[in-house]
Design a protein around this ligand. Structure first.
Ligand SMILES: [Zn+2]
Length: 270
């Protein structure tokens, strides 16, 4: 590098072109999107003590640089409203209009969805929102959690985790705001949860603080300094239009808030 810079104009031009090129694409799993483009693919969880898993992902790498927002659902595969909300958003988002990057993971717990098993991953009987940050030498849920931590959480600046009432739960829409004690971060996540717009907000101050034992997906992002929230709508296997719209519009509202405030703390991909 020193040699390149000492080679005056030519060397500096070379360094700049490499740097610009590094930011022209964004990759999650097998999905690589060029700037201004959308790409779809999978996060491939290899087989271990149990079966492999392919988690679908869509990447919208906006025409203009900006913060990276991750939208995730389906760690409980029978909370249908949250899954369909992200499927709908995948069809709605236009990378040409986005400043920044949106990672969409609509369904983590494929076997829960396919076998209609609430709460747990039927492969290893674990909730897929309790084992973060995960590990590669564990069961399928541990390995999936580890790869989502690496490829989604660590690459984003903000995360929204969507849930709802499961097959045997009757829930009204609500969201969670985590108070960390970091004023700047809490201010941004507070604005995010207010922008999302659900009229009941649970304030949690008792989430684990250890990044190596973060347990929940949203908390995994929060303890890594990324202002993030959780939102829930839908219940008992039903998909009501009002609940669906609440989640879709909530995500879009947070995208507008992030763009208007330029709220990215780290803006790792600018
Ligand atoms: Zn859930």
């Amino acid at each position: 590098m020193l040699r390149l810079i000492s080679a005056a104009g030519l060397g500096i031009a070379f360094v700049i072109s490499i740097s610009a090129q590094a930011h022209t694409t964004f990759t999650v799993g097998t999905a690589t999107a060029a700037r201004g483009q959308k790409a779809t693919g999978t996060i491939e969880v290899p087989a271990g003590s149990d079966a492999a898993l392919s988690i679908p992902v869509a990447v919208f790498h906006g025409a203009k640089p900006g913060p990276v927002l991750a939208l995730v659902a389906g760690s409980h595969g029978t909370e249908y409203t949250s899954i369909i909300a992200l499927e709908k958003l995948i069809g709605m988002l236009n990378p040409a209009e986005i400043s920044g990057t949106v990672i969409v993971v609509p369904l983590i717990n494929i076997q829960s969805f396919e076998q209609k098993v609430p709460h747990l991953n039927p492969v290893d009987k674990k909730s897929m929102n309790r084992w973060y940050p995960g590990k590669m030498d564990g069961t399928q849920t541990d390995r999936a959690s580890f790869l989502i931590t690496k490829q989604v959480v660590e690459q984003c600046d903000h995360l929204i985790d969507l849930h709802g009432g499961d097959l045997d739960e009757s829930l009204r829409p609500y969201s969670y705001w985590t108070k960390t004690g970091n004023e700047n971060q809490d201010q941004i996540s507070r604005e995010m949860v207010l922008a999302f717009g659900l009229d009941h907000i649970i304030i949690s101050a008792d989430r684990p603080k250890d990044p190596q034992a973060s347990r929940y997906l949203e908390n995994t992002a929060t303890v890594r300094g990324k202002p993030s929230i959780t939102a829930e709508a839908g219940y008992a296997g039903a998909v009501e239009t009002d609940d669906l719209n609440a989640l879709v519009n909530g995500c879009l509202n947070v995208m507008r808030y992030i763009r208007s405030s330029n709220a990215g703390l780290t803006s790792s991909r600018e």
